[in-house]
Ligand binder design. Structure first.
Ligand code: IFM
Length: 661
């Protein structure tokens, strides 16, 4: 498998490379930064599913103290990639085993010194990460290494820690702190293979004499502990062995070979790597920017259920189950959210932090006025509940896991359908139920009526939920009765009646389905025309006053996404008509968009369109693409939903076509 490499040091690529060279183990994520870097270069050690908030700021996942801080000197000359004495510099990521490597050579008063550091986040143990530094020179040298667990960390909405203390004892440095809001005690410690002398400010010094052409090796074995976890590993070599073995297992479950196309092969391998490093190690889920940092508050969106789950279902079903359990476990919070808005059923968090909605009422900051902009994602993006139900049904189709269905799965599906039923409005004149005032996947058009994606997704949630309920009523009457006991009275009858009259938008004479009521009446201009109207490059395109709002330009696949989830709902001709219609209006302002078009392109015969969109999805983090800003809010990081979309395109798109021909 090809190793990702980048030669030469370019300060402008520091943030991008932090994402591109990310290593992680589903629980801890360490950005692809260098040993001598600090918060200025966005060093980040992010923890999955652990949130904390600082008064007046957004709650987000925590970045914890950095155990791998190291600044080396040879004969008192600093060895840093930014230095003027650098002869060569290369970073690499071996995706076959999640190993990051940096190798830099320096001119030290006429001699050549090489600093190499390898690093991995242990795939075999969730709390462990290790690094090995190797230093050599072509003449005798005195080495001085400043090492430590850096507590001055990169945070978007911090500082999250109080009572921060550092201790040095023997060969160990420990940093402890308590999170401000929820009081999590976090301890990060690092064991060094050489004695550490006390320095200052919590840092230590390691001194060594190296002889010409000999190697000095410093191993660092670190742990991030939030509770009373015990670690198996205290040596680099044993940790590395276990880590590599686990990677073998992961790749044997997930590798896909592509014949005669090295570019597509690497793009797909890289996408799969980005999914494997997020495989959850418990009943928690995956944030929209994975473990690359605190963007989007470390929250879980529909990205996981719709774009990532299929990969885990196809490769690591236990991880898929964890993802599903996360939603089932957070059903109480979804019920609570529904009640707060005055509805029945379950309204899932748009940005879930352990079930609670982290989405702010003002999720964008205006670049001109610097004022928060009222957005309605949390209130109106109701399709999230249909997406959750779809995922549970998808899981069930793959596994036939009745136990899970009786331990909350069926209840969740029916509660999601019930939410839509109670949300809907009965239009007496048209004699139908409608879903008014919603936001579909295209977030640029807020508060629209009868979004096609939303209406169909809820229709099918209710229909399939009722069918399943009826099947269980016959097959397991007692167990089914117990589930029914937890649900509103007459839920099945009510849903059946509702299904008779829920409005489902239909294709027009050209086969095109209107994205929402009135969409066809919007200004008919394309993406580039709308882009040319921007006054500021980071301006927000949607909301009340965005450049796209009054036009047909959409952020991401909307009607098209429905076809991917239910490919048999409409004929191929209808799907193609919509693909041809909506593509020129789609900005792909969300990383979720390309793969949606790629999948539909595969089904409807646009081979070159499919290939291009596949690469746009699979290479997003290789190219360093994707939007970095929504107004003034930083939204950079990795894009695991696009990685999942690339996988789906390969398997359900190209793979399916291959089978067909
Ligand atoms: O879930 C997506 C949404 O569809 C578009 N905005 C970004 C979110 C997180 O990826």
């Amino acid at each position: 498998m090809k190793v990702l490499k980048e030669s030469g040091f370019n300060a402008e690529k520091i943030v991008e490379n932090g994402n591109k060279f990310l290593t992680a183990n589903g629980y801890l994520g360490y950005r692809g930064t260098l040993d001598e870097f600090t918060k200025e270069e966005c060093v980040g050690l992010n923890v999955a599913g652990v949130y904390d908030g600082v008064k007046g700021k957004w709650r987000e996942t925590i970045n914890v103290f950095n155990p791998f801080y190291l600044v080396a000197q040879a004969d008192n000359i600093p060895l840093a990639a930014r230095g003027e004495n650098v002869l060569s510099h290369e970073i690499s990521l071996d995706i076959s085993k999640g190993l990051f490597d940096r190798k830099t050579t320096f001119n030290v008063n006429g001699a050549t010194v090489t600093l190499e550091c390898q690093r991995f986040v242990n795939a075999a143990e969730k709390t462990n990460l290790c690094s090995r530094a190797i230093i050599s020179a072509d003449r005798d040298m005195i080495l001085t290494l400043k090492v430590g667990v850096d507590t001055d960390i990169w945070e978007l909405n911090g500082p999250h820690f109080k009572d921060v203390k550092t201790e040095i004892g023997g060969n160990r440095i420990i940093a402890c702190g308590v999170t401000q809001e929820l009081g999590y005690s976090v301890k990060v410690y690092c064991d060094y293979s050489s004695p550490v002398e006390e320095f200052s400010g919590g840092f230590g010094i390691i001194k060594a004499d190296i002889k010409k052409d000999e190697k000095f090796v410093l191993d660092r074995v670190a742990h991030v502990l939030l509770g009373k976890e015990e670690s198996k590993f205290d040596k680099y070599d044993s940790a590395y062995k276990a880590h590599v073995n686990e990677w073998k297992r992961l790749w044997s479950a997930a590798r896909i070979e592509i014949k005669d196309d090295d570019r597509a092969q690497f793009a797909l391998d890289y996408s799969i790597y980005h999914l494997l490093i997020l495989a959850p190690k418990g009943e928690y889920s995956i944030a929209a920017r994975g473990l690359s940092g605190q963007t989007y508050k470390g929250a879980v969106f529909w990205d996981t259920e719709i774009f990532m789950l299929p990969f885990f279902l196809g490769t690591l079903p236990d991880c898929a189950k964890n993802l599903i359990k996360y939603r089932i476990n957070t059903l109480p919070q979804a019920r609570k959210k529904a009640r707060e808005y005055g509805y029945g059923g379950a309204f899932y968090a748009w940005e879930s932090q352990n079930g609670y909605d982290a989405c702010s009422d003002f999720n964008v900051t205006d670049v001109f006025t610097h004022r928060p902009v009222r957005t309605y994602f949390k209130d109106k993006q109701i399709h999230i509940s249909a997406d959750v139900a779809y995922a549970i049904l998808n899981y069930y189709n793959h596994t036939g896991d009745d136990e899970l269905m009786f331990s909350g799965g069926l209840e969740t599906i029916l509660e999601c359908a019930e939410f839509a039923r109670t949300y809907s409005y009965y239009n007496h004149i048209k004699n139908r139920y409608e879903l008014l005032d919603v936001i579909g996947p295209d977030e640029y058009h807020e508060r629209v009526n009868n979004n096609t994606y939303t209406n169909y997704m809820f229709y099918l949630t209710a229909k399939r939920g009722v069918e399943l309920a009826e099947k269980y009523a016959c097959a397991y009457p007692e167990r089914f009765k117990a589930v029914l006991g937890k649900l509103p009275e007459n839920i099945i009858e009510n849903l059946k009646n509702w299904l008779q009259k829920l409005y489902l938008p239909q294709p027009d004479a050209n086969g095109v389905i209107e994205q929402f009521d009135g969409y066809f009446k919007l200004e008919d201009v394309g993406v580039e025309e709308v882009r040319s109207r921007l006054v500021h490059p980071n301006e927000y395109w949607g909301g009340s006053g965005g450049v796209a709002t009054a036009t047909r330009v959409i952020k991401q696949a909307d009607v098209i996404m429905l076809f991917n989830l239910y490919p048999d709902l409409f004929s191929k001709e209808i799907q193609r008509a919509n693909y041809d219609f909506y593509l020129p209006y789609t900005e792909h302002g969300s990383s979720l968009s390309h793969c949606a078009y790629a999948l539909t392109a595969c089904r409807t015969g646009d081979k070159s369109g499919a290939y291009k969109a596949f690469l746009d999805s699979a290479e997003i983090d290789l190219r360093g693409g994707g939007k970095q800003w929504a107004g003034e809010i930083y939204i950079g990081g990795t894009h695991p939903a696009a990685s999942g979309g690339a996988w789906m395109t390969a398997v359900f798109g190209f793979g399916y076509r291959h089978k067909e021909t």
